[in-house]
Design a protein around this ligand. Sequence first.
Ligand code: BDR
Ligand code: CA
Length: 313
Amino acid sequence: MQRRKIIIDTDPGQDDAAAIMMAFGSPDELDVLGLCAVAGNVPLSFTSRNLRIVCELCGRPDAKVYEGALKPLDRPQVTAEHVHGKTGLDGAELPEPTMQPQSQNAIDFIIETLRREPEGTVTLCTLGPLTNIATALTKAPDIAGRVQELVMMGGGFFEGGNITPAAEFNIFVDPDAAKIVFGSGIPIVMMPLDVTHQLLTTKARVSKIAALGTRPAQVLVEWLAFFERFDIEKYGSDGGPLHDPSVIAYLLKPQLFSGRDCNVEIETTSELTVGMTVVDWWRVSGRKPNAKVMRDVDADGFFDLLADRVGRL
Ligand code: BDR
Ligand code: CA
């Protein structure tokens, strides 16, 4: 497999942290050019801090962390402390990071990197609201044609939403940004709740991570225990859905996933369904497909891959 250059745009979040660990545990396949923090699960000051904590835990204090948008494009900020805890990364005791964020902001980093690297060689991995990416696209529309692929965790269709009956959190927080991204012409791969609700952190799966016995694995297990408690209560399942690592797993092993090319439009005005990803799964609208929408996943294969990559840190 050719080594793929990626930018991770994220709002950590325990499941974001798991995704970043998976990426750093895959240096033969993935070259992480930079990691961009965005306001989402918690305010930007926390997502930036958390991102640096995760880099240090992974033994990557050399990684480049950039700070991006402080709030959604055109709406008040919505956060999810009720899921992720006060810091966004509750569940494990870790030291404050010593790494500093880069002085360049995330938006300019994204633009500069896409203009510098050969066309079609940089993949954007988004694990949070799409504010940074939409801002970069608005400032520099030429970058859209230079992106190899944008693989996102966001949206839901058959499963509905998780923050409202119709909307998934990442899209709900900044639907205006999502609309810009889905309208950009960038090749998009979407990991919706339909996929991530199959990725349950069951006891058997988590015990395989615990058995690795390393410090990063132990911290991940503690984070997962905190993160899943909310969803276990909500869904009554064995474990909670592990959303964001689906993005990195797709880059490493796309054969774990199946889906189809669809048109996806974002609802931005309806009070009842704002943030909904309207997926034309049955191709009844006549609108052109703009995303590869995933629907199924080999969940055990995914968790084996996660344990394998965390074990390499
Ligand atoms: C998404 O929202 C966040 O809480 C998670 O980190 C994930 O990116 C799931 O809806
Ligand atoms: Ca996230």
